[in-house]
Write a protein that binds this ligand. Structure first.
Ligand SMILES: NC(=O)c1ccc[n+]([C@@H]2O[C@H](COP(=O)([O-])OP(=O)(O)OC[C@H]3O[C@@H](n4cnc5c(N)ncnc54)[C@H](O)[C@@H]3O)[C@@H](O)[C@H]2O)c1
Length: 248
């Protein structure tokens, strides 16, 4: 725990984190537990999800398997789960050819994982979220959704999360459910493994002089999931070391 964290901000609250076995989702689970949450660690990698539990502060955490590509799996994973907040992290930039050669299959795969995955998880979480007077959804997008950086299929799938947050705000904020998006820049996770020099080779793109760490995203997600963001809904918060100031 560091000075910027508020112990107890999630005291006695249940938070579901998807994609929580690795990377950014894992950092979110660690951070939320450190702030008092009981965390449901949902991931396709159940072994890694279960291995995380003893490393989380506090008690009452649990792990469940989920494949966000499969609506039945999502519904089973959320069945009976309490949720004051959902932090939906699962996603990946799936391979896509140059735009003119790109295949429908590449577009469908990106949309299915990144946009429909978020739809499935949010849809499944809403009944539990609505049991509380106030609750929150945080969706993890990317700066690719906010600038023309290539990977069009991934960018479009993540941009859809912004539209989802706007529309869920219109329909569900009146019932106390806030929905926001975080849009990370380059973050040091295993997705860069096997690419020599990455991710630090891109540090020069970032005015703050470094690429991001999973904890940078977790801090923003925890803020948006907490009551500190009680009057914020429908927005996308870049967590990007100033990157967008360079390209806009
Ligand atoms: N790493 C970056 O540079 C970066 C930058 C911007 C946005 N993001 C976004 O952040 C999110 C997390 O990325 P990361 O770098 O931590 O990746 P990661 O691969 O380290 O973590 C992703 C997690 O999701 C799980 N997962 C993957 N497919 C799944 C499925 N079908 N069902 C259930 N679980 C599944 C994996 O097991 C893993 O635990 C993604 O949405 C990604 O698009 C990452």
């Amino acid at each position: 725990m560091n000075a910027s964290q508020s112990p107890g901000r999630f005291a006695d609250r249940d938070v579901v984190v998807t994609g929580a076995a690795h990377g950014i989702g894992r950092a979110c689970a660690v951070r939320l537990a450190a702030e008092g949450a009981r965390v449901a660690v949902l991931d396709r990698d159940l072994a890694a999800a279960e291995a995380l539990l003893p490393q989380l502060a506090g008690t009452g955490h649990r792990a469940r398997a989920v494949d966000v590509l499969d609506d039945a799996s999502v519904r089973a994973a959320f069945d009976g789960l309490a949720a004051h907040a959902l932090v939906h992290v699962v996603g990946l930039a799936l391979a896509q050819g140059e735009f003119e050669e790109s295949l429908d299959e590449e577009w469908t795969a990106n949309l299915d994982l990144n946009l429909l995955g978020a739809v499935r998880c949010t849809r499944a979480a809403l009944p539990a979220l609505r049991e509380h007077p106030t609750s929150a959804v945080v969706l993890v997008s990317s700066i690719n959704a906010l600038a023309g950086l290539g990977s069009e299929a991934y960018a479009a799938s993540k941009a859809g999360l912004g539209a989802l947050a706007l529309n869920l705000t219109r329909t569900h904020a009146p019932h106390g459910v806030r929905t926001n998006v975080v849009a990370p820049g380059t973050i040091r996770t295993r997705v860069w493994d096997g690419q020599p020099g990455m991710p630090d080779a891109w540090a020069h793109w970032y005015p703050l002089g470094r690429v991001g760490e999973p904890e940078d995203v977790a801090a923003a997600a925890a803020f948006l999931a907490s009551d500190d963001a009680a009057w914020i809904s429908g927005h996308t918060l870049p967590v990007d070391g100033g990157f967008l100031a360079n390209v806009r």
